[in-house]
Design a binder for this molecule. Sequence first.
Ligand code: IMP
Ligand code: MG
Length: 178
Amino acid sequence: MSYTKNAEEILISQEKLSERVRQLGAEITRDYKDKKLILVSILKGSVVFLADLMREIKLPLEIDFMCVSSYQNSTESSGKVSILKDLSRDIKGFDVLIVEDILDTGLTLSYLMPMLLDRNPESLKICTLLDKPSRRKVPVQADYAGFRIDDCFIVGYGLDYAEHYRNLNYIGIYKELK
Ligand code: IMP
Ligand code: MG
């Protein structure tokens, strides 16, 4: 089976992704000068974005990871969030920037934000590559957003359908073919 099967329609090309990631990196570089920046990547979907974004931020920084699950191999959120892996360090006094692949219903981040705020970071903000505002079930807003997209299921550049397609170098629209 071809690794691009069912995801051949390109929504955002490799070129557009790298251009936008460069811009986000420049904005963050400006905003976080002289701060104690930690990028917190939400596994697994945001790893590709994190890897590119961190190299466009020209500041001293740390990275850390959290793994949460809210999707069970389907295209619909289960509404339940569980922590599969927590941060490996204390974030008290740090300027934490959550790096997310996509802000969809908002359920994941509305669960994570209060939990991280409880640990007394100096600041807590959200950087998401993609934003699907029409799907929001709870009010969560990104401080940095790469692309605002319509309601369709997308894969690639870290995002999956049933754990596949994360390795596409573009964002594609997932379509079940008969
Ligand atoms: P939320 O909790 O509904 O905001 O969803 C957050 C998570 O759902 C994201 O981090 C993704 O892992 C997943 N997700 C939401 N929409 C899509 C999509 O279109 N394709 C792949 N994963 C998605
Ligand atoms: Mg995810």
